[in-house]
Ligand binder design. Structure first.
Ligand code: HEC
Ligand code: HEC
Length: 261
């Protein structure tokens, strides 16, 4: 009886302190290398992941998953956690929200393991140092973008963009930025009652008011009732970087720089 009480207390204290009783071994993939699971994983990938990571997993909106390098950790248990729970604060959803079972997540990981090879030739292109010089110099990216606390604020902070976007997505965003806009950076032109036009990016809007950051990085607030019009622009405040502004080789350098951060 007395022994039992001691045990109960030990368990209660242990739980309260969050101490595991027996050190659990890190889980490893029970279906690693299993052909059937890999097939199932591939099908699941096409259904639930390809929209962001691409059919070949080389990345679209989400990062390339074929490099064998995972910034969130590449062990079986770390990958399991990433895929099951998602990455809070990012576009990466958790499989648990689409009712995936642990078996399905392990199948997905078994499939992902078949994709990784050494960093592809494509990734090895470019020169980061040259890219850094271009970024802050001739290409003027730093006038609108922050990297590690330095730079402009009209566009999004790019300190982490190199690890969260694929090469393909970065090329598209730099060559043709008007294809899609980042939340908080939608281009607008505000037309006041007296006909003044102010360009900027939309920060906040409710039925009564609108806040924008104008092209001089000033935050300006307006009451809708004081405005003649709010034009939702189709083209980004970021210029198109065609080959005339940034050659293919220079683009490789800039991307390499962003990836190196
Ligand atoms: C709506 C878009 C979206 C979907 C759908 C999506 N992901 Fe992601 N995923 C992302 C983004 C964005 C990131 C990068 C997040 C960050 O680190 O900022 C990411 C990151 C990851 C990572 C971490 C990569 C690393 O380097 O650590 C893994 C692994 C991953 N996703 C696997 C999957 C799998 C498997 C699925 C399908 C079950 C999936 N993702 C579905 C957008 C998505
Ligand atoms: C005149 C300001 C300006 C300049 C110069 C500029 N950008 Fe941008 N950039 C923006 C704005 C505003 C956005 C957000 C709207 C959009 O997505 O088009 C943006 C978006 C981006 C995005 C997408 C970010 C995301 O979170 O999705 C990337 C990548 C990017 N810029 C890279 C660059 C690079 C690289 C250069 C230099 C070669 C550059 N930009 C030059 C203003 C600029």
């Amino acid at each position: 009886m007395r022994k039992l009480t001691w045990w109960t207390m030990a368990i209660v204290i242990g739980l309260a302190a969050g101490v595991p009783f027996a050190q659990q071994p890190e889980p490893t993939n029970p279906v690693q290398g299993n052909a059937q699971a890999i097939d199932q994983g591939q099908q699941l990938f096409r259904l639930s992941c390809a929209s962001c990571h691409g059919l070949n997993a080389k990345g679209l909106r989400g990062p390339d998953l074929t490099t064998g390098q995972f910034v969130r950790g590449g062990s079986d248990s770390q990958l399991f956690r990433t895929v099951m729970q998602g990455i809070p604060g990012t576009d990466m959803p958790g499989a648990q929200f689409s009712d995936a079972t642990p078996d399905q997540v392990w199948a997905l990981i078994a499939y992902l393991r078949t994709l990784s090879g050494p960093a592809s030739e494509e990734e090895a292109r470019g020169n980061a140092q040259n890219g850094e010089t271009l970024f802050w110099g001739k290409a003027t990216c730093g006038q609108c973008h922050m990297v590690r606390g330095r730079g402009g604020r009209l566009g999004p902070d790019l300190s982490r963009i190199g690890v969260t976007r694929s090469r393909t997505a970065l090329i598209k965003e730099i060559r043709t930025p008007s294809g899609s806009f980042t939340d908080g950076f939608w281009p607008v032109t505000v037309v006041s009652r007296d006909g003044r036009r102010i360009r900027g990016v939309r920060k906040n809007e409710d039925p009564f008011s609108l806040q924008i950051m104008d092209t001089n990085e000033r935050i300006q607030s307006f009451d809708h009732s004081d405005l003649r019009e709010v034009v939702r622009e189709k083209s980004s405040l970021m210029p198109d970087y065609g080959a005339d502004r940034l050659t293919d080789a220079e683009l490789d350098d800039v991307i390499r720089y962003l990836r190196s951060l």
